[in-house]
Design a protein around this ligand. Structure first.
Ligand SMILES: O=c1[nH]c(=O)c2nc[nH]c2[nH]1
Length: 460
């Protein structure tokens, strides 16, 4: 029998492949002392009854109540932490105006550590409450507030990748909110990566918080900064994140300046790597998809902010069929919801509109570009295992050896639309209802790295 620290027993849903739902009915999830899954035992596993009896006697057993279900924790690939105070504000402005008028001045305020502490403490707790067990954060330009953000993630137990935003081009960045020069931005990024690694090192094999090298996007970064950060990512072996091909203005800017697409430029600068997360990528070409796939990079699909800033719909089906790794981002605060469930539902709706077309004046066969819309199973996969795959980390599904990052989702919670009236309702249908209707009120507890981080412990 496996070594164990805790055992949870209940019915779980996960998607080990993009189009495959697995219902693990009445399974026992055995967790080791490091918070990893050491075994997943079906009801008829030999020796299971004795193991559960022993764990119960040792007060190490938890059983899900009726109509509660385990799912993998949600992976949000794109969050701007310092934009939390302006969620929902000013989204009618185009991207380039929104950045200069609202966003850069707000991000600059995080140089005040008290403000950073107050906002980040609230953000991390709120995202955990919404079921986001892994968040990939853009921070701000100054180093210290990003360490405050990392510290909040460690304290509350949220898995995170945290990036110091690098931006140095005086033509696109405010005087008082940018890296002074390319060399200064590279040195500050190095300092941040090393200090964060030191802060997070004692949390086991896979540190709870990782650094991510974060050139904001090509328009705000000089060539020297982009090349220097590419070399630094290689030297330090870091994840990378940036925005890519996100709007007509942005794509035009890159083309006029560098004579190529964002992806081609990022590849040249050494920034397309395994574990690179490219937010948006709405205008990527077939050749760009090949570059992303070959590099092992991934797209953070952000359907909410795309609806405001993109002027187009991300070609999700095409990207998936060409083998591009894709996960989801809320894109707080270009996206107006903190919930990755909302992001998943917006991805589903965007894919349906893209598939069917939107012009009622056209005959149905002429209206849409064709291609299949997302299924509910694929939508859930994007929010969980797709995010893990994008980060090249063992997240988003219940696999032996993986950290136990999970949510207990309760049907019939007061005030919540995820309902179940019929105990005979097939579990695959309950799963569909969960994906499309569960919200904050249905999330009963949140586990990260095998530890309960939010909500209530269950009884053995
Ligand atoms: O949605 C976005 N939010 C941002 O903060 C940003 N910066 C560059 N491009 C961006 N897009």
């Amino acid at each position: 029998m496996p070594n164990y620290e805790r055992i949870l027993v209940g019915t779980a849903f996960h998607t080990p492949a993009r189009d495959r739902l697995e219902v693990l009915e009445d399974h026992a999830f055995v967790l080791d002392g490091a918070g990893r899954i050491s075994a997943v035992l079906p009801p008829d596993a030999p020796g299971r009854a004795a193991l559960l009896a022993e764990a119960g006697a040792a007060d190490r057993l938890e059983r899900l109540p009726p109509d509660a279900f385990l799912i993998p924790g949600l992976v949000d690939l794109h969050v701007h932490a310092p934009q939390w105070p302006q969620l929902g504000k000013a989204l009618d402005a185009p991207l380039e105006v929104w950045l200069q008028k609202y966003t850069f001045p707000l991000e600059a305020r995080f140089a005040d550590p008290d403000f950073a502490r107050r906002v980040y403490d609230d953000l991390v707790q709120t995202l955990l409450d919404q079921g986001t067990t892994t968040a990939v954060y853009f921070g701000s330009v100054d180093v210290e507030p990003n360490l405050i953000l990392a510290e909040a993630c460690l304290r509350h137990g949220q898995r995170a990748l945290v990036g110091k935003v690098a931006m140095d081009d005086p033509a696109q960045c405010p005087e008082d909110y940018r890296d002074a020069r390319a060399e200064a931005g590279i040195a500050a990024t190095r300092d941040f990566v090393l200090r964060l690694r030191e802060m997070a090192q004692d949390t086991g094999e896979l540190p709870l918080v990782l650094p991510v090298i974060t050139p904001r996007f090509i328009p705000t970064c000089t060539d020297a900064l982009l090349a220097g950060l590419g070399a630094l990512a290689e030297e330090l072996g870091c994840h990378v994140q940036t925005h890519c091909s996100e709007s007509d203005w942005e794509v035009g800017h890159v083309h006029d300046r560098l004579g190529c697409t964002d992806c081609a430029a990022l590849e040249r600068f050494g920034l397309l790597r395994e574990g690179t997360v490219l937010a948006h990528s709405n205008f990527i070409t077939e050749a760009d998809m090949g570059l992303i796939r070959e590099a092992g990079s991934a797209v953070a699909h952000c359907p909410m902010s795309n609806a405001y800033f993109a002027n187009a719909v991300f070609p999700l089906r095409d990207a998936l069929e060409r083998g591009v790794k894709v996960g989801l981002g809320t894109d707080i605060s270009g996206g107006f919801s903190a919930s990755l469930f909302d992001a998943a539902r917006h991805a589903l709706m965007a894919s349906r509109l893209a598939a069917a077309g939107t012009d009622p004046g056209l005959a149905p066969e002429l209206r849409g570009p064709g291609g299949a819309a997302l299924s509910t199973v694929e939508t859930f996969w994007l929010a969980t295992a797709g995010g893990g795959e994008a980060l090249a980390l063992p997240l988003g599904q219940f696999r032996v050896g993986a950290p136990f990052d999970a949510l207990v989702v309760q049907a019939n919670a007061p005030g919540c639309a995820f309902r179940r009236f019929d105990a005979e309702e097939p579990l695959a249908e309950v799963f569909e209802k969960l994906v499309l209707s569960a919200d904050r009120g249905a999330i009963r507890s949140v586990w990260v790295d095998g530890r309960l981080r939010r909500g209530e412990a269950l009884r053995g």
